[in-house]
Ligand binder design. Structure first.
Ligand code: TYD
Length: 228
């Protein structure tokens, strides 16, 4: 049984809610997400878990295009095209999975959502935030998340989690030009999440995810309980 457990008053408040787990690469959000879902199910909730991009047949096809483009140096994808593909997958996900689950009173938990697009294609990539929100209004309709949990990590911790070779060693960004270019991008991603949280503090919960899994999980439960 995962601890701390989700108590009955929080269980009631989670029914029919839409919660997003998000954060920079290497934030450890997926570990926390699995643990939270196990606790929610143990508390008697039916959980609809969705992962972006993908989660539907059409979304998985869009995911392939997005991932292929990543590896195709000779055919770089236009950033607006990339943003709209993420949003297209999201629109399908809303109609096919999120809306019906919320109407059944289930708890919807998404691994990444529009907050990722705002951070990666917006704050880090350079697309104007109002443009992303405008497309977002078309894609999401009335299904905006009730809560976005941001697992915040500094770049050194994130790097160490992503690259097992760096674990336990001093991280030196100056060693690799491409790696350090990646750092600048990831710094903007992190900053983007923090700015979103600052602008919408009722909907966002920022958790210091540099620590060990147990204290992070403790903050997650108390933070969700305080926000919902
Ligand atoms: P993936 O391996 O599916 O997931 P994760 O990092 O969550 O384990 O990678 C998804 C990548 O796509 C990740 O680097 C974030 C990025 N992304 C965007 O750039 N924009 C978006 O809207 C979404 C949903 C993801």
């Amino acid at each position: 049984m995962p601890s701390p457990a989700i108590d009955p008053t929080l269980t009631d408040r989670l029914r029919g809610k839409f919660v997003v787990f998000d954060g920079p690469d290497g934030s450890g959000k997926s570990t926390q997400l699995s643990r939270f879902i196990a606790a929610a199910e143990a508390a008697g909730l039916t959980v609809c878990e969705v992962r972006e991009p993908g989660g539907t047949h059409i979304g998985e096809e869009i995911r392939k295009v997005l991932l292929d483009a990543k590896h195709e140096q000779s055919h770089p994808m236009d950033l607006r095209c990339e943003m709209m593909l993420f949003m297209a997958s999201r629109a399908q996900l809303i109609t096919q999975r999120v809306e019906p689950a919320i109407q059944r009173g289930e708890l919807v938990i998404a691994d990444r959502f529009i907050s990722s697009t705002l951070a990666y294609q917006g704050s880090a990539g350079g697309l104007p935030i109002p443009d992303i929100l405008a497309v977002g209004r078309v894609a999401l309709g009335k299904y905006w998340p009730d809560l976005v949990v941001v697992f915040d990590v500094d770049e050194k911790t994130a790097q160490a989690r992503m690259n097992p070779l760096l674990r336990g060693r001093e991280f030196d960004a100056s060693k690799d030009r491409i790696e350090s270019k990646g750092d600048a991008f990831h710094r903007r991603v992190r900053q983007g999440y923090l700015e979103q949280a600052e602008q919408d503090p009722n909907r966002y919960l920022v958790i210091d995810a540099t620590r060990e899994p147990d204290p992070i999980y403790g903050d997650l439960i108390s933070g969700i309980s305080g926000k919902l």
